[in-house]
Design a protein around this ligand. Structure first.
Ligand code: ATP
Ligand code: MG
Ligand code: MG
Ligand code: MG
Length: 471
């Protein structure tokens, strides 16, 4: 079609270059100086010091007035966590590119909204009647008024008033603390020929959010209060993959009007998961991330293990070197735009393979045990897996709890999260040496059913799983 992905990105860049914006390379997906953040979750992250007013005004950053780029984002863990949606819908990925433009104390709402309208309707030529926008409805409690300026700007541009919708959700925050402000979002009706304001922001796959214009004015402080920033800024983010999918009319099941979800055998879902996870892992590892047992490293390990199970269960492929075998495709597709992908290819492949092999040793037996637990729960007329069972899968078989939750969901079971957390807490205490015997008595670690599974060889504990170092 006329809209190859590359051209869509390039047109975005060309548009903002023509509006006097400066290109700033994407920051790493692994933040090196922000402990409040697991992974880069938006284009604005790297500008936090500018927003907060802590940047040296004479530095290159301090002098920056207008910027644009494509930011590598990972939304797994933390405030913006999309891991559990991946594959189930067609528009949430854990890794995606966020195209963005920024004003640092320069232009504000009117210009920002006008830029996005022009780009969408004049450059990308999206039909106006397919677009819906939302603006902040106000927050009387925090004394933030309804955003009449945003509303008026959209109407002045000629938008149908029925497509300009107030929303209480339109207040964007990067995390529990950090720069934030009211926002105005743009949504596309992928079907057309109908009026669907009621489907906006409802997670309806036919009306998808593509772009957010955030008007950064506050900092969310550690005590939860909002503090006005020294200047007002614009921070926008447009989902690259979403725009590509809209302009190419792909992933949209154009003939049936159905999008994603009704994937009876789960195979489409598995392909989407795998395609997403290989990108996330490739980018995170090329930026210096490593799978391990804590923090962001554990998020990466969870992503890989979750992916492995989809590969084995739904795609019927062996694991051991599955993800590394897909990496060349990622490098080929994206290596020109993100050259860092090429640099450490061999080391990354080794890490992925070791990680997969280590999990392949326990996946089989863990699954068998899971089936026993599930059957036992169902036979007892319960729809719940006990926390001790979930703990056992985690502790002995390296099943991250979100993987067990996913497997349980497939059988219409839930897991007892409280019991699981308690078991985890007890284990932490035990390893600290402050373990109390009377507490331990309440842990029902049912190991009898393990005997049959465990006899062939020793089961590696997750703690023994590989530890890596990148040279
Ligand atoms: P959604 O409501 O669909 O979860 P969001 O409101 O969380 O999106 P923002 O934080 O406003 O998203 O991010 C700006 C833009 O980035 C969105 O308008 C969307 O186009 C894109 N985006 C957000 N999350 C994802 C994701 N998980 N995968 C792909 N694109 C995304
Ligand atoms: Mg979201
Ligand atoms: Mg949203
Ligand atoms: Mg949004």
């Amino acid at each position: 079609g006329p809209w190859p992905a590359r051209r869509i990105r390039d047109e975005f860049f060309a548009y903002f270059r023509s509006k006097d914006h400066t290109f700033v390379p994407s920051s790493s997906t692994i933040p090196y100086d922000d402990p409040t953040l697991l992974f880069a979750n938006a284009g604005m992250n790297q500008y936090k010091p500018i927003f907060l007013g802590t940047v040296d005004p004479n530095s290159e950053r301090g002098k920056l007035k207008r910027a644009f780029n494509s930011q590598k984002c990972i939304r797994a863990g933390g405030k913006h966590n999309d891991l559990e949606d991946v594959g189930k819908d067609s528009y949430h990925h854990t890794f995606f590119e966020m195209l963005g433009n920024w004003s640092f104390g320069d232009y504000f709402k009117k210009e920002a909204i006008t830029f996005s309208w022009e780009l969408l309707t004049q450059v990308y030529k999206l039909p106006k009647e397919r677009l819906y926008v939302t603006y902040f409805a106000g927050d009387p409690q925090n004394n933030i008024p309804c955003d009449d300026e945003a509303r008026k700007t959209w109407l002045d541009l000629g938008m149908d008033p029925a497509h300009v919708i107030p929303s209480k959700l339109n207040f964007w925050e990067m995390g529990p603390t950090g720069p934030c402000g009211p926002c105005s979002e743009i949504h596309v009706d992928r079907i057309g020929g109908r009026e669907v304001p009621h489907l906006v922001d409802c997670d309806d796959p036919t009306v998808v959010e593509i772009w957010n214009n955030v008007f950064i004015q506050f900092n969310r402080e550690e005590n939860g209060s909002l503090k006005a920033l020294p200047a007002k800024h614009v921070d926008t983010g447009m989902g690259f993959e979403r725009v590509v999918s809209v302009l190419q009319n792909s992933g949209a099941r154009p003939y049936t009007g159905k999008f994603g979800a009704e994937d009876v055998d789960g195979i489409d879902t598995a392909y989407r998961v795998v395609a997403d996870h290989v990108r996330t892992l490739s980018f995170a590892l090329s930026d210096g991330g490593l799978p391990n047992n804590v923090g962001r490293g554990y998020v990466l390990r969870r992503i890989l293990r979750r992916g492995c199970r989809y590969v084995r269960k739904k795609l019927g492929a062996p694991i051991g070197s599955f993800f590394s075998s897909l990496m060349p495709a990622v490098v080929e597709q994206m290596g020109d735009v993100f050259p860092e992908l090429r640099k450490k290819q061999d080391e990354i492949k080794e890490i992925l393979d070791e990680e997969e092999e280590s999990f392949s040793r326990t996946l089989d037996r863990g699954e068998k045990l899971f089936d026993q637990y599930a059957t036992r729960a169902k036979e007892a007329g319960s729809n719940e897996l006990s926390g001790a069972d979930v703990w056992r899968l985690y502790d002995t078989f390296g099943f991250p709890v979100d993987l067990t939750r996913l497997m349980a969901e497939e059988l219409s079971l839930i897991i007892n999260e409280k019991e699981f957390e308690a078991a985890q807490e007890r284990s932490k205490e035990a390893s600290k040496g402050t373990f109390k015997r009377d507490k331990a008595d309440s842990v029902k670690l049912d190991v009898h059913d393990l005997a049959a599974l465990e006899k062939d060889d020793a089961i590696p504990k997750t703690d023994d799983s590989p530890k890596y170092q990148l040279g």
